[in-house]
Design a binder for this molecule. Structure first.
Ligand SMILES: *[C@@H]1O[C@H](CO)[C@@H](O)[C@H](O)[C@H]1NC(C)=O
Ligand SMILES: *[C@@H]1O[C@H](CO)[C@@H](O)[C@H](O)[C@H]1NC(C)=O
Ligand SMILES: *[C@@H]1O[C@H](CO)[C@@H](O)[C@H](O)[C@H]1NC(C)=O
Length: 226
């Protein structure tokens, strides 16, 4: 954890290089990303709606459309299902996708709505999702939660639960409560436990999330390389 904190501090300092005085005076970073643009303090704040850069194509009452388009699993398999596995011609290591995941989980997160299922059917020959305990042959997917509806454009208003800044909020949280949940409040350190493999964040014991890191920003569980 301490190396991550160092990375964070280093990033912040390098951004502020040669403007240290200005940084000290103005850099009061809010946890929820608000206040960066003084004229529009909510721009970039967690919980603000995503912008749309393409026309929406919902059906009546913002229902999904596209039933006659190719199946999402097939599109994914066609684009990414390379066999045999290919070496990256640029010699890029695992760090690149790990960094990509890190960026994704830092910048954008739309909460799913477990009451709004949108399952993706898979063929009975699907190599991954057609396993015995998945007799329905679908990938469970849920539509994003929405905070409102724009009736005129027939579109859902979907918030980004995270700040869209590269500010490590995907790890440390998007609110004071998130951040405090990770703090030991001793010497500026994060909560951690020692195990035979080293020092780690505390883990959930029992239940469906047994063994997961017990921070309320779950992203850290998706970024084991971090
Ligand atoms: C830092 O700022 C000073 C004063 O504006 C300037 O003379 C100097 O070249 C800058 N150094 C770098 C590394 O940009
Ligand atoms: C997906 O591809 C498989 C194999 O090509 C095909 O059998 C199946 O019908 C396709 N499913 C859909 C929903 O397009
Ligand atoms: C979640 O889905 C249910 C059922 O479609 C809907 O009534 C509810 O408004 C949705 N909630 C959010 C936050 O999108």
């Amino acid at each position: 954890m301490s190396s991550l904190l160092l990375l964070f501090i280093f990033t912040r300092i390098s951004v502020a290089l040669n403007s240290t005085t200005q940084w000290l005076i103005t850099d009061i970073q809010s946890m929820d990303g608000s206040g960066n643009n003084l004229e529009h303090p909510l721009w970039g704040a967690a919980g603000q709606p995503y912008l749309r850069i393409t026309p929406v194509q919902y059906g009546p009452n913002q229902s999904p459309t596209g039933a006659n388009r190719p199946n999402a699993r097939n599109v994914s398999n066609t684009l990414f299902g390379q066999k045999p596995f290919l070496q990256n011609t640029y010699g890029i290591s695992d760090f690149a996708p790990a960094w990509g995941v890190m960026l994704h989980l830092d910048l954008t997160f739309a909460a799913t709505n477990s009451s709004d299922p949108f399952p993706i059917p898979v063929s009975s020959s699907d190599p991954v999702f057609n396993f015995p305990n998945n007799p329905e042959n679908f990938i469970p997917v849920f539509r994003a939660g929405h905070v409102g509806v724009d009736v005129e454009s027939n579109m859902r208003v979907i918030p980004n639960a995270f700040t869209p800044y590269i500010d490590c909020s995907g790890l440390y949280g998007n609110s004071i409560a998130d951040m405090n949940n990770m703090r030991s409040f001793i010497g500026g350190k994060l909560k951690s436990v020692n195990s035979p493999m080293g020092e780690f964040p505390p883990r959930v014991v029992g239940g469906p999330y047994n063994g997961y890191f017990a921070f309320n920003i779950p992203n850290i569980n998706m970024m084991p390389r971090v």
